[in-house]
Each structure stands twice: as C-alpha cells, then as structure tokens.
Design a protein around this ligand. Structure first.
Ligand code: ADP
Ligand code: UDP
Length: 235
C-alpha cells in the first residue's frame, strides 16, 4: 500500500490518501504539543511507540467486540486505516480524578471514583475543545442519538478492556480520550490510544508514564513512553 497525497497534517500525525478511497495511511510523528498547541516539543521515538501501541490495543479491542479503523500496520510509524468521517467529539473516560476534572471539581488528583465517568468535548481547536453534553451534541447535529448510544457503549467497553489490561502490567488507567468515526453507516473506533491520549500511573510508585511528563516538565518523557511500551511486551 502506497501513500498518495497528504490529506491532513495534525499535531501528532499526518494522514495520506491511498489508491483505495476507503483506506488512509496515518503516519505518526515525534512532535508533541500541549495546551491546544501552545507548548511544542519533540519526544524522540514517540511516533513509533504510539503507532505500534495503538495497533496492539486496537487488535485486543477488536477481539473483545469493539470495531476499529485498523487495517494493517505498514511499518514502525505508518498504518493503513479505514477512512472514516470523524464524529467531532472527544470522548473522555475517567476512573480517577486528574487533569481538568480535578481542577474543575476542586479535588486532588488520583482519587478513585465509585464508577467510571464519561464526558464529551466538542472537537474544535478554535474553541479549545469545550466540554459539552449529549444534548448539545444532538442540538448541534454532531451525532445522532443512535450514534451517541453506540459511542457510549463502546467507550465503556474500551475502558473495561484497557483497565484489565493495564492492571496486569501494574499500571492504573487514570483517564483517556478516544475518537470515533462513521464508516459505511456504522460507528467504529478511530484515531489512537497511546501515552499521548491516556493517563497511566505506575500502581506502586504512582509515577506518571504518559504525556503529563511533557505537559508538566517532569523530565524522563522518552523513558516513560518506552516503559509503557516495554511492559506491553509488543514484539
Ligand atoms: P489533531 O487533529 O488533533 O492535531 P492528529 O495529529 O492526531 O490530531 O491528526 C490526526 C487526525 O486524523 C485527527 O484529526 C483525527 O481525528 C483524524 N483521524 C484519525 N483516524 C482517522 C480515520 N480512520 N479516518 C479519518 N480521519 C482520522
Ligand atoms: N486528552 C487528549 N487530548 C485532548 C484532551 C485530553 O488526549 O485534547 C486526554 C488526556 O491525555 C487525558 C484525558 O484525555 O488522558 C483527560 O484529559 P483532561 O480533560 O483532564 O484534560 P487536560 O488536563 O489534559 O487538559
């Protein structure tokens, strides 16, 4: 499979067309951004780790009944995916307080919730991805009720599978963001699941093994990504 034209260059990935109108190639970059692009940097090796980790996790999710955009890993940084129309919602699942939730609710980070929570942000960089609920999504025609129901069902399933998986690697899954797309009328999981999009804390030391090391200038950014990759045991 060959790349044709670059369709889009995002903050972390480039997206190319292919000869197949239903298939795109995503190419993962080492570029890192935070705070809606205000902070910029490079995390050496991140592109390959995020690409391979996403594909590994998406395969596990497929086995557990969550449909994904994965077609085929092409090389360390590039993967063929089903071309979807992205639903403009950032779907955020949380198991512990952290980040914007902790700030908004006036809580310390790391408090385990009685049950997982789901929230939506409107995926719109100009507006800074504002928090919305499903009524906003319906009113603004970002998704239909049926799509929101599917997205919600899959998001909880992804959380359950990932939580169990990371638990066995001595990692607490604090929270994560996922995106879904429309593919021939059906909702499927798209984009990525990586230390860029999850908060992952070592169970014993509570050390952060994710992008917060970059966002908060904690150092050891590359080591943290490599540590998660190592624990996953991806061949
Ligand atoms: P951003 O747009 O936030 O800077 P990225 O750098 O990760 O993000 O760019 C990847 C873009 O490709 C995102 O906008 C994402 O929604 C989109 N995308 C991810 N998977 C697919 C897919 N299967 N089909 C079409 N677009 C996708
Ligand atoms: N997240 C993401 N992309 C975004 C916003 C959030 O991948 O544009 C992830 C983030 O890495 C974390 C989770 O979603 O795992 C919840 O993020 P939060 O709302 O706490 O926002 P933040 O504190 O990152 O601003």
């Amino acid at each position: 499979m060959e790349k044709k034209e670059m369709l889009y260059e995002g903050k972390a990935k480039k997206v190319y067309t292919t000869e197949d109108p239903d298939v795109l190639i995503v190419s993962y970059k080492d570029d890192a951004t935070a705070f809606n692009g205000l902070k910029k940097g490079t995390i050496v090796g991140k592109g390959a780790i995020n690409n391979r980790m996403t594909n590994f996790i998406f395969k596990k999710l497929e086995e557990q009944g969550v449909p994904t955009h994965l077609v085929e890993e092409l090389n360390d940084r590039e993967t063929a995916v089903k071309k979807v129309e992205i639903v403009p919602l950032e779907v955020i699942m949380r198991n512990y307080s952290a980040g914007s939730f902790a700030k908004k609710m006036g809580m310390e980070e790391g408090v385990k919730f009685k049950c997982p929570t789901l929230e939506f942000s409107y995926k719109n960089d100009d507006l800074g991805d504002p928090f919305i609920n499903s009524y906003y999504a319906l009113a603004l025609e970002l998704a239909t009720q049926e799509e929101i129901d599917d997205i919600t069902k899959y998001a909880f399933k992804v959380n359950e599978v990932l939580q169990q998986y990371f638990d066995a690697l001595n990692i607490d899954l604090i929270d994560f963001k996922i995106e879904f797309g429309r593919y021939h009328g059906k909702i499927i999981l798209a984009d990525e699941i990586s230390p860029d999009t999850c908060r992952l804390w070592d169970k014993d030391t509570h050390e952060k093994l994710d992008k917060d090391r970059f966002r908060r200038d904690l150092g050891g950014v590359e080591d943290a990504y490599e540590e998660v990759f190592r624990r996953l045991g991806i061949q």
